[in-house]
Design a protein around this ligand. Structure first.
Ligand SMILES: [Zn+2]
Length: 1049
């Protein structure tokens, strides 16, 4: 999960509202006293609820922490702890469970400790190959139980190489020594000489008295017990929900990537595929679910029943799953006969309707596309209250976080609805890419996750054609280009993955999002039909097996040859060679396209970096960073004509193009299919901007989004000047598409941040408002038409930014809608899509009454457990400008160790100073819980994100000098570097941008100047200049695409 973007607030006018204007009135002074007294009392109690609410959607009590090996080696224990907590925060978890004085926090119950990293390899060798497991489990999670379980396992294996030791994976289970038995195929027991447990490598080693024979089969049996208490929610673990003030327990699993070993001894690597026969022993009034259909249920007496499941198809251990709960389900059957059930707690079962509606259609899309029947007869899907990842593709039993599966028309946004369809599509894609055909090892995880990311868009295009597949370019490709444009990125194919900690790299956002983007480029290179047919053959050829990426390339290349679709110069390279440049290198190129007087087109590629001085964390295996780049372009002379030219690991190339004259525009990377940016010379950009201003619809929506994103990103990197970047947005008032506004507002974030505390911000705001006002008038506030999917996105982004830039009609409407709700609290008139922005703006511009109302609603929804409303209200409440309430927020956020909540407060202009002062005074004495504290480095990073003056730099140096801290040197250095970089940016760009904005706006209005000066004066006594903050990006927070980047799906 990605750390949630944080809501901020605007501080400007004085608070004027005491008591609600349209309600019954009492005298202002009396009202103020009564309200403040009431708030003091309710806040004291309420904030405890507010912050300690056991948010099972986004939160947790503790978490696991894994710091990558390379990083751990360079950090002090405390720094490791800080890093660990940051990772936890990034995943949306809350806090780590043990003291920073320990070297590494435990990943499971406090009684256990994480052993030091082992010397030697952690991979199993392939001397023994498992073929089948018989597993019986009996969890104890009923009233009075201690949350343990009993288990027994019988593993059938074949000896491939002579050995006298059997090595299995186990973790957090205790083997009953006397039960360990090894038999040969004839049933003869073999003598066990000794056994040992290598805890650091999760190995159970059974030393045999004699060698095992090559090609012979053996059976290993043992009984054991384990724990269901895994606070990291990984392994076989307990979960719960509260109904009628009673805690209801269930048990569930999350085995990817290395956690099946917590439930049963096994060969816990993806390439050891086997079959499984599972028996689950449960109490009679509960039910169980497994990967396969239930065969029968045995009465074991004493109220115990045993559910016996059909032998599974062949699969990896990480895909095994089981759940025992009191949940209920809804069902249907697809046209091809696949039985589908979706499970939820009984009082939420009606929220599965939408998921059930789309699941069948999504399943059928994959079956049609790949011409491959879903391999099982049934699929269960279930919403789990405590779930660390977003969802998990266990074969036949897909598990989800609540918000990823349950849709409530009264509270869910369109983005959440789309998110549900996309996650289901992502998980069903895994049935083929991941489950049926599995990456041989986690260094090729993109063969699972890249395809799942790619297909979640393709499937939705089928199920909801109006939702627009072309969101891929904006929501995934441009998003990951932003991440991949630094020296700290990593290749898609990550060599050297071995230790458990290294797996974080294998499941990095690059794996998902760049993996999917490169697959999308493959489709473009091969053409859609050749790509589709090739994938069908790939899943057929490697079904129930594993692959490396060359296996994929070989099948696709053969398909291209068969179809006559070899669209590259075979004498120069082949498909494998082309793809290697995209898989084995981090980053991507920027291709500069220039056209000379003779209409010769010159192409030149360079490694794109936002900061050319970045240290590169990986060296290119090709000597220098260079790619095989497919450049498709069109020209003004004939926009319908698309031409292609390749740059084959060569830096420059010249080609004659069919332009009428050298002033024509030329547009490259049509539909943004290729994973690279395009730069032009000044004339080239100028002709494109002129076309945008004259008639932007000549370009496709994707290309408009691409021009805006490329121009602003190249400006941020200093490759073109910032004025050129801004020029791409001049026409935006006429741009009706969210698919262009979204990347524009994302890419403008940096300029916005840098200008906030300058006089130029008034001009910038005027420039933005001139464009936003046109769209504001067009989209309006009526959000009731359910068919307007993309328009709802556009409405939200336009209203959010209009309100943020103080567009008065927007602010008035937000307050009006909130006031209507206050008058009739049982009837919320605000569209779920707009609630986040309305709540924040109404509370920010309101007073104690608005805050109190929102707070009471928070308490009410907390009891009813309406998660999305809790999120909107929580973010809205922090928009208050009441310093004493902010201080209370801060105290509680610190006490429950919520780094993200403190960051939220640090982005509130009023809260900023409170947080800064507090951390300055208490850097070494931050309160916490169980000796755990918020991540000071993350908070300081947020506090200093807008630092861009010499004053700021001195202030930062002073802070660092006053707070020397072990393990913080790297953080301090990076903050200084960031500030210096910002100062340089300001020196270079502020005046040109100001001149440009003056030209385009006619100068700042007197009202804006006055407003600005008042802000400065209000803040001056505090000695701080901090400005208007951005609200949380609703579609980032809710945007499944962005979130999925870091989720384990
Ligand atoms: Zn996935």
């Amino acid at each position: 999960m990605e750390m949630q973007r944080i809501s901020g607030v605007v501080a400007d006018d004085d608070d004027k509202v005491i008591g609600y204007r349209k309600g019954c009135f009492i005298s202002r002074p009396v009202g103020a006293v009564l309200i403040i007294l009431f708030i003091i009392i309710t806040t004291a109690v309420g904030l405890i609820i507010f912050f300690t609410h056991p948010n099972k959607v986004n939160g947790c009590e503790v978490c696991s922490c894994e710091v990558s090996r390379g990083l751990a080696a360079t950090l002090s224990p405390e720094a490791q702890w800080e890093q660990c907590q940051k990772l936890a925060e990034d995943r949306g978890e809350c806090a780590c469970p043990s003291s920073p004085t320990t070297a590494m926090p435990p990943t499971t119950p406090p009684a256990a400790t994480t052993p030091p990293r082992a010397e030697g390899g952690l991979r199993l060798n392939r001397t023994l190959i498992p073929s089948h497991y018989n597993i019986e489990l009996k969890p104890y999670f009923y009233e009075g139980d201690d949350f343990g379980f009993d288990g027994s396992v019988e593993i059938h294996l074949t000896c491939e190489e002579k050995t006298n030791v059997i090595v299995l994976h186990i973790n957090f289970i205790t083997i009953h020594e006397e039960t360990v038995k090894i038999h040969d195929a004839m049933g003869n027991e073999l003598k066990l000489a000794s056994w040992e447990e290598d805890k650091s490598r999760h190995f159970l080693k059974l030393h045999m008295a004699e060698d095992l024979n090559v090609s012979s089969e053996y059976v290993v049996k043992m009984s054991y017990n384990g724990t269901l208490i895994h606070p990291d929610w990984r392994g076989f673990y307990r979960s719960s929900y509260v109904k009628d003030n009673q805690t209801k327990w269930l048990v569930t699993t999350q085995f990817q990537r290395t956690h099946a070993r917590k439930a049963f001894p096994c060969f816990d690597e993806p390439s050891f595929k086997a079959t499984y026969s599972v028996t689950m022993v449960r109490k009679a009034n509960y039910s169980s679910i497994g990967n396969m259909e239930l065969l029968n249920t045995e009465d074991r007496g004493g109220g115990w029943h045993a559910d016996v499941y059909k032998k599974s198809i062949k699969m990896s251990t990480y895909l095994v799953a089981f759940v025992v709960s009191d949940f209920t389900y809804k069902e249907n059957t697809t046209s091809r006969g696949t039985y589908m059930r979706i499970w939820a707690r009984p009082d939420q079962i009606d929220l599965v309707d939408y998921a059930l509606e789309v699941s069948g259609a999504i399943m059928e899309f994959f079956e049609d596309y790949l011409d491959s029947k879903y391999p099982l007869n049934k699929t269960d899907q279930i919403a789990i209250p405590d779930f660390a990842a977003g969802a998990m593709e266990n074969w036949g039993l897909v598990t989800y976080r609540l918000g990823r599966l349950l849709y409530d028309p009264n509270y869910s946004t369109m983005a959440q609805k789309r998110g549900i369809a996309e996650v289901i599509a992502h998980e069903f894609a895994h049935s083929w890419f991941g489950n049926l055909v599995t990456c041989d090892w986690w260094d090729d995880t993109w063969l699972n996750e890249g395809f799942a990311r790619f297909f979640q868009y393709e499937a939705i295009e089928r199920v909801h054609p109006t939702w627009r597949e072309l969101q891929y370019a904006v929501r995934t490709l441009q998003f990951i280009m932003g991440k991949d444009g630094t020296g700290a990125s990593q290749p898609i194919f990550v060599e050297g993955i071995e230790h458990h900690d290294d797996l974080l790299k294998a499941f990095d956002t690059i794996t998902y999002n760049k993996g999917g983007s490169v697959i999308r480029m493959m489709k473009f290179i091969l053409t859609a039909e050749t790509f589709r047919k090739g994938l069908g053959k790939y899943v057929d050829k490697f079904a129930y097996g594993t692959t490396v990426h060359n296996d994929l390339y070989a099948v696709l290349e053969q398909q291209a040859k068969d179809d006559g679709m070899v669209r590259w110069d075979d004498s120069v390279t082949n498909f494998t060679g082309i793809m290697d440049t995209w898989i084995e290198q981090m980053g991507y190129p920027v291709v500069k396209v220039t056209v000379d007087q003779n209409t010769n087109m010159h192409l030149k590629q360079e490694h794109f970096l936002f900061d050319e001085n970045d240290t590169l964390s990986y060296q290119s295996p090709f000597g220098s960073y260079i790619w095989d780049v497919p450049v498709i372009y069109t020209t003004e002379a004939d926009p319908s004509q698309e031409s292609a030219v390749w740059l084959y690991r060569e830096q420059e190339k010249t080609q004659v193009i069919p332009a009428k004259n050298s002033q024509d525009w030329l547009l490259a990377n049509i539909y943004e299919q290729g994973f690279f940016r395009v730069n032009y010379d000044a004339a080239g950009w100028g002709s494109l901007f002129a076309q945008l201003n004259n008639n932007h619809t000549v370009f496709s929506i994707e290309n408009r989004a691409q021009i805006v994103d490329d121009a602003l990103s190249l400006a941020k990197a200093g490759i073109v000047d910032e004025v050129s970047g801004l020029s791409a947005t001049e026409y935006m008032g006429e741009e009706d598409e969210w698919l262009v506004w979204y990347p524009a507002t994302q890419a403008l974030t940096y300029i916005d941040l840098m200008l906030r505390d300058t006089v130029t911000y008034g001009l910038y705001q005027k420039y933005m408002l001139a464009r936003l006002a046109i769209q504001y008038g067009r989209v309006g506030w009526d959000d009731s038409n359910i068919d307007e999917h993309m328009e709802k996105y556009q409405r939200e982004v336009v209203l959010r930014h209009a309100c943020r830039h103080r567009h008065k009609p927007c602010l008035d409407k937000a307050s009006e809608l909130f006031a209507q709700w206050m008058l009739d609290p049982s009837n919320n008139p605000i569209s779920p899509n707009l609630r986040r922005l309305v709540y924040c703006n109404a509370i920010r511009n309101g007073g104690a009454t608005e805050w109190e109302f929102a707070f009471n609603k928070y308490t009410e929804y907390n009891e009813a457990y309406i998660a999305s409303e809790l999120t909107y209200l929580r973010d809205g409440l922090v928009c208050t400008r009441e310093p004493w309430i902010i201080k209370k927020h801060l105290d509680y956020a610190l006490s429950i160790v919520s780094t993200s909540s403190v960051q939220l407060l640090a982005q509130n202009p009023v809260g900023y100073q409170i947080v800064w002062d507090y951390f300055s005074d208490n850097w070494y004495n931050i309160p916490g819980r169980d000796n755990v504290h918020v991540n000071r480095g993350s908070v300081l990073t947020t506090l200093t994100e807008g630092f861009n003056t010499e004053y700021h730099l001195n202030k930062l140096h002073d802070f660092i000098a006053a707070h020397p801290t072990n393990g913080y040197n790297a953080t301090y250095t990076s903050l200084i570097e960031r500030t210096e970089k910002n100062i340089k940016w300001m020196q270079k760009n502020k005046t040109p941008i100001e001149n440009y904005l003056n030209t385009k706006t006619g100068g700042a209005s007197a009202q804006q100047s006055a407003s600005y000066m008042r802000i400065k004066e209000e803040r001056a006594p505090r000695g701080e200049l901090y400005g208007i903050e951005e609200e949380g990006d609703q579609f980032d927070n809710d945007n499944i695409e962005v979130n999925l980047g870091l989720l384990e799906l």
